[in-house]
Design a protein around this ligand. Structure first.
Ligand SMILES: [Zn+2]
Length: 276
């Protein structure tokens, strides 16, 4: 190999080696509320490069969205969480499992009668972890997920929505509550357990009037709410009552049905939100 070509080859190799290091060593927690239509899919990338996906939306659209926000060289997701087995959260999960190497699936061990869920159970056997109230999981060095619901002994008494895994993602003093599709029964139990104040609320059940009670907002005191719902969805989400509750509580609202993908970035103290 001529000298110049060899030099270029060495420089390119060094640059490629440095790329993952440079990209993964950030001081920011990045959270993307993906534009996947009617459903939930939230991608988190921690400062030390741990990838987390909470729910996978209704279909394979989640792959396009992940392709747009994940580093191109990254084909591995550390944690994929299924908040509960309904299709608008489960639908894209096996597509994600086909495209990416998923190290750990997290679920609440609820059962569901769909063929897709049975397939999910079969395909994730051996790489599944169950989370319950009281558990704390660390995503890498500095981001925690404290589970506040459901309770191991009582979850089977609740509906699928109400048994959604619910908890607080925390990075430094920044906090985000995410609770799948929990409804008033679960919110009442959470209020009784006296949740800490949060910065950002992922509004439960796509802004349905079944959730986001004034008592829950008073207990958690969020500054910002993110609503994941599809454009012109057939349920009329988000419902006006919920928008009113958020307005009265003085909470600033962002909506994927109106704004598309929403990007939240935190340095562990403050946070910023943009369309991205
Ligand atoms: Zn849902």
């Amino acid at each position: 190999m001529p000298m110049l070509k060899r030099l270029i080859f060495i420089i390119v190799c060094l640059a490629l080696l440095a790329l993952p290091l440079r990209v993964s060593l950030s001081s920011y927690l990045e959270i993307y509320f993906l534009d996947i239509g009617q459903g939930d899919a939230i991608y988190l990338r921690t400062p030390d490069g741990v990838d987390v996906l909470i729910d996978a939306g209704p279909d394979a659209t989640v792959l396009q969205e992940l392709g747009a926000v994940m580093p191109v060289w990254d084909r591995e997701i550390d944690y994929v969480m299924l908040s509960h087995p309904d299709l608008d959260h489960l639908g894209g999960m096996l597509d994600v499992a086909d495209r990416y190497t998923v190290k750990t699936f997290i679920w609440n061990s609820s059962d569901h009668d769909s063929a897709l869920f049975k397939l999910f159970q079969t395909e994730t056997l051996g790489s599944r972890q169950t989370l319950w109230e009281g558990d704390v999981l660390y995503f890498g060095c500095c981001v925690s997920f404290a589970v506040h619901w459901p309770d191991r002994t009582t979850y089977s008494r609740y509906s699928s929505n109400n048994a959604s895994i619910s908890g607080i993602v925390r990075y430094g003093s920044f906090s985000l509550f995410t609770g799948g599709d929990i409804e008033k029964d679960a919110e009442r139990a959470l209020v009784r357990s006296d949740l800490p104040d949060i910065d950002v609320l992922k509004v439960s059940h796509h802004g349905s009037r079944t959730s986001t009670m004034p008592d829950f907002l008073a207990d958690t005191a969020p500054e910002v709410a993110i609503i994941q719902s599809g454009r012109d969805n057939r349920f009329g989400h988000p419902h006006q009552e919920v928008l009113n509750n958020l307005d009265i509580a003085g909470v600033q609202v962002f909506r994927t049905d109106l704004q598309g993908r929403i990007h939240l970035k935190s340095d562990g103290h403050g946070y910023s939100i943009s369309r991205d």
